[in-house]
Unconditional design. Sequence first.
Length: 501
Amino acid sequence: MVDPARQPSVSAESIALIVDASAAINSSLDIEAVLSAIAHSAARVASAEASSVIIHDRRRSRLVFAAATGAQGSSLLGKDFDAQRGIAGRVVRTGQAEIVRDPTSNPDFFDAFDRRGHFETRELMAAPMVFRSEALGVVEALNRVGGGHFTDADLDLLRLFGNLAASAVRNAQLHEDLKRENLGFRETLLSGVRIIGESAPMRKTLHMADRVAGTNASVLLLGETGTGKELLAKYIHNSSGRSNKAFVGVNCAALSETLLESELFGHEKGAFTGAVTQRVGRFELADHGTLFLDEIGDISASTQVKLLRVLQEREFTRVGGTRTIACDVRIIAATNRDLDRAIKEGTFRSDLYYRLNVFPIRMPPLRERREDIAALAAHFAEQASRQLGVEPRRVGDGAAALLAGHHWAGNIRELANVVERAVLLCDAGLITPDHLPADIAGASATAQTGGDSSLWGYERAMILKALADSGWNQSKAARKLGISRDNLRYRVKKYNIDKPG
């Protein structure tokens, strides 16, 4: 344990190391990027073989591995233990940095590195990350490079770095809190509508939606089940001149022919058995607003005729009624069926199709927009944490890469369910591959043995593209990818990426 009264001995070379490390850990406000930068910078500052960043979860009184370097460091992410245990727990309680020689013989040693990473810890240094008298966590350095011993000067340097790291962590945490508050505010303004997507297919879809939103043209949304067609319909409505009026939706596939007609047009009292009161239909409810007809390809031939008449004449009568009711409704329809084929097979009217298909927009499946999966997963993790009443969960790099490599037959709906399940299974703040279903997590082993190259190939391709777009400037590429420069260098080495020429 260091003597707090002893004056630190910091050389000019060490000061240069600290300056570089400070720049690295303050280059981003993304919490995961900051934690990764702290771990890599700690290893450099201390000339250590491996390092870890352990965050103090005060609410649960747990210490959580938030970042780690070394060959098997990623296997530690998200693992947690009692804050009263271990050398890290002692450092948090006392606020004192220390060097531990032969830690394996120390009763307080928590051997997670050794057990999980086949790593032999000969000695370690641990320094608290203290911000305004609050211990946010601990930064550890394991085994001096070259087999030597850590010195008091090394410990002074790590202690100084720990204080700088604490400020970077707190700034990133405050930034994350602000993002959550702003997200909640934006979602309130947009009635829960938030379109996430920066991939080329999604940008094209949103561009099309923006072009048609300000008109009264009918829109036909095409795409597989679970791609988010209803969300896009709400986005179009909220971007239109009808946004201050009702958005009314109906799932045409969920109702029988009789019930669907009653749902759309309403009915008079006594129109059929069980019609004990008059009912206002969806066309009336959506007057001057937007009516969203989901699964339009599943309606019967009889209902198709009646719907076509309403679209042509802009008026209708309730089931069992005689009074004509005028309506001003903007129609947005959606289907996962091939309507061209349905027309050829005689199951869908061509004249209704042309009325609906004024402005078609295709919603891409998730497998065509893999660049968006990490952002979508982060959104669903945040949303599920809020709805389940638990502390915010984050999706770790390993889990995010596996999610990005999955096929997603159920598209966004399936992704949301998988992430919600992971939030329920995750006791700590970080979702890891252990929290994913076996058919997704199992991709990790096959990918690493060459049985399935989609996961590694996808990440390698993303890194290559970012480097090419940045003129092979690693700092710029790292910013594009939202990771630290050290993290990018590690991945460039991991994937054997060389600059062409």
